[in-house]
Structures are given as structure tokens and as C-alpha cells.
Write a protein that binds this ligand. Structure first.
Ligand code: SF4
Length: 363
């Protein structure tokens, strides 16, 4: 438990907009009671971003589950020889888009790292979505996917980003960050692009005017120092580029995953992660909690620990990453349910459109 004078000092620091340093952040994780941490995160949230909670009507488009990286925690990917392997043709994606409800504001495109696909496939995919749904926000591909496409095509990553931006790409997904500790990253996903390459592509995208999102994968073998190293590196990067939209903490969901030593993370650890993210990442406006991972009761608690973004209604045709990895949540949560969850927490629901433009505020 933090002594009252230390708690008061941290409270004053957050109220006056001064930064929390590494040492204080560490003591919050190792010494503070969960309710003390939650109180400070909620204060930081109120002071920095107010009472609005954002969500978007969106659709997850998984174009392939074939992946040569086969990360140890991933239950979504398949080898190309698997009977469950798929890669959608552009015509199949077109038919899928034809069946979407009209209220969709965002298409999130992601998939495995599939060497059979060339640059033209990715460009055609984005062009197709832009052509069929000119008003939607297209959030697509992780920096690691961009790195793979660049290396495979023998072109620089900035050229790939420019091609995709011209085709209609609006922002990059939060994927591929996993954990910045290189030794742990090697254990979890030895084939995936390095942290240095993730950062390089992220910086390139921000300089080209393509915002992105960041994440952390936790609940495996990492320490609190690994959490903090990751968060402080992101804070520094955001200071430099101001190109991140949101931060997404992702707890490892081991059911169905292949990593032998994985364990189901306690929900108190999830709340700690959300809270410390809100406190340390003072230059990120949106801290996301994915109901697809935590369920409706979990996100109500997350909203009291610093979160202000519930991502989207997430309507997906094929099983996506969270559900493949054992999340027991449904594939779709409607607008009314999200609004009701947010109102239960005495917060103001806001349905957003492209880049957090407010489409509807539910007073
Ligand atoms: S997490 Fe992504 S990169 Fe890793 S195996 Fe799964 S689909 Fe491939």
C-alpha cells in the first residue's frame, strides 16, 4: 500500500499535469493497492480526456490466416497446407463487403504474413474497400506486416506506405508491437520483425501522415519492468511524432494458443495494465479496452481504471484473432449494448467516425 504522503504527491502531480517518472510508475505497480492505482488512473483520465467514451461501428476483415511467422501465442494462423487455411480473393472480399450493414464506419483489415501475396494484392484490397465504401475509415496492416511486404517486394517501406495511402489507407493497426523486450520477443515470436523495425515503420508512417496505434501483449513471462520499458518507449515515440491514435493493452488469451508456458492472466493484472497505461501515456488520448477480449463486465471495470475507448462493434465473418485465442465473447456487440454499458458507468457514449470525429453523442 502506498503511504498517504506518496499518494498525495502523485495525485497532485497528475492533477497539475506533471509527468510521472519511471520510479514512481514502478512503485505504483509494486506497492500501490489496486484501488489506489485505479483512483489515480481515473483522475488522469478525467483530467486529460473527460467523460466521453468512444466506440465505432466497424467490421474486421481477415484476408488470410496463412502465416509463416507462427508466433507462439497465436491460435489464428495456419500453415498453407492446413485444411483450415484460407486466402480470400479480391472477388470474395468484394462479395463480403456487399453484405455489410450501412452503418459501418470503419473496416479493419489484418491477416497473416502470407508469402504467396504480392504488393499488388494489398493495394487492390485497399483500393477495393475505398471504392466500395468511400466514407469508411480504413485501418489496415500492422507495421510488421508492412515491413514484411517491403522486404518481400524488395522496395523500401516508405514506398509501400505511399502506395497503400494512395489506394485509400487511413491508418495502421496496433499489431506487431507485442513486447519490446528483445529476449522475450524472441521467445514469443522469433520470426516476427524486430522492435527496431516496428519502430522504424511506425515513424515512417507518422512522417507520411498515416497515424497508427500501439499495443502491448502481456500476461506471459514478462515483468513489470518490461511493461514500463515498453510504455516509456512509446511515450518517447509519441513525443517525437505525435502520430499514435490509441494504445491497446492486449492480455494473452492462452486457450488454443500454442505457447506451452502461457497462462490465463488474472483480471486484476489487466486492470493494472490499463491503469498504468493511462498514467504513464500522458500523450495518448485514447486507451482502448476490447470487449471482444474482456466481455461486458470486464470493460465496465476497465472504464473505471482509465480507459475511454471500447474500439468497435467488431462484426466479423471469419473467426478472428481474439476469438480464435479463446475469448468467450460474442463476435458482435451492438451499438445499443455498448451505449448501455457506457451509461451504466455514468459516462458519455460517443459513436465516432473517421479519426475520432464525433458522429453521435448519446446524452
Ligand atoms: S500473431 Fe500475426 S504474425 Fe504472429 S502468427 Fe499470428 S497472424 Fe502471424
Amino acid at each position: 500500500m502506498l503511504p498517504p504522503d506518496v499518494l498525495n504527491e502523485l495525485q497532485n502531480r497528475i492533477e497539475s499535469g506533471r509527468r510521472i517518472d519511471y520510479k514512481s510508475a514502478r512503485s505504483l505497480l509494486t506497492e500501490a493497492r489496486l484501488e489506489q492505482l485505479g483512483m489515480l488512473a481515473d483522475l488522469a483520465r478525467r483530467r486529460r480526456v473527460g467523460d466521453k467514451v468512444y466506440f465505432i461501428s466497424n467490421y474486421h476483415l481477415y484476408y488470410t490466416n496463412i502465416c509463416v511467422w507462427r508466433c507462439g501465442f497465436c491460435a489464428f494462423s495456419r500453415n498453407s497446407s492446413s485444411p483450415e487455411a484460407y486466402t480470400k480473393t479480391i472477388a470474395e472480399v468484394a462479395a463480403e463487403l456487399d453484405n455489410l450493414p450501412p452503418e459501418i464506419s470503419e473496416i479493419r483489415i489484418t491477416g497473416g504474413v502470407n508469402p504467396a501475396l504480392g504488393l499488388s494484392y494489398y493495394v487492390n484490397l485497399v483500393s477495393l474497400v475505398r471504392e466500395k465504401l468511400p466514407q469508411v475509415h480504413i485501418e489496415a496492416f500492422a507495421p510488421t506486416e508492412i515491413d514484411f511486404i517491403a522486404r518481400k517486394s524488395g522496395r523500401p517501406a516508405d514506398m509501400i506506405l505511399i502506395n497503400l495511402k494512395e489506394a485509400g489507407l487511413d491508418s495502421l493497426t496496433s499489431g506487431g508491437a507485442e513486447i519490446f523486450n528483445s529476449a522475450l520477443r524472441k521467445k514469443l515470436c522469433s520470426r516476427k520483425s524486430s522492435v527496431q523495425r516496428w519502430i522504424k515503420v511506425t515513424k515512417l508512417s507518422h512522417h507520411l501522415g498515416i497515424p497508427s496505434n500501439a499495443s502491448i501483449l502481456f500476461g506471459h513471462q514478462e515483468t513489470y519492468e518490461d511493461w514500463l520499458d515498453h510504455l516509456f518507449a512509446l511515450r518517447e515515440l509519441q513525443d517525437e511524432t505525435n502520430g499514435f491514435n490509441s494504445f491497446v493493452p492486449l492480455a494473452l488469451l492462452p486457450s488454443g494458443a500454442r505457447l506451452a508456458s502461457s497462462r490465463r492472466v488474472a483480471f486484476t493484472e489487466v486492470l493494472k495494465m490499463i491503469a498504468i497505461s493511462r498514467i504513464v501515456l500522458d500523450n495518448f488520448k485514447y486507451i482502448k479496452s476490447l470487449w471482444l477480449y474482456y466481455g461486458s463486465n470486464g470493460i465496465k471495470q476497465a472504464l473505471n481504471f482509465g480507459s475511454n475507448d471500447l474500439a468497435g462493434t467488431a462484426n466479423e465473418k471469419h473467426r478472428g484473432v481474439a476469438r480464435s485465442a479463446g475469448s468467450g465473447s460474442p463476435a458482435y456487440l451492438g451499438r445499443e449494448e455498448l451505449v448501455s454499458i457506457i451509461k451504466d458507468c455514468r459516462r458519455l457514449p460517443v459513436e465516432r467516425g473517421r479519426l475520432y470525429q464525433e458522429k453521435h453523442v448519446y446524452h
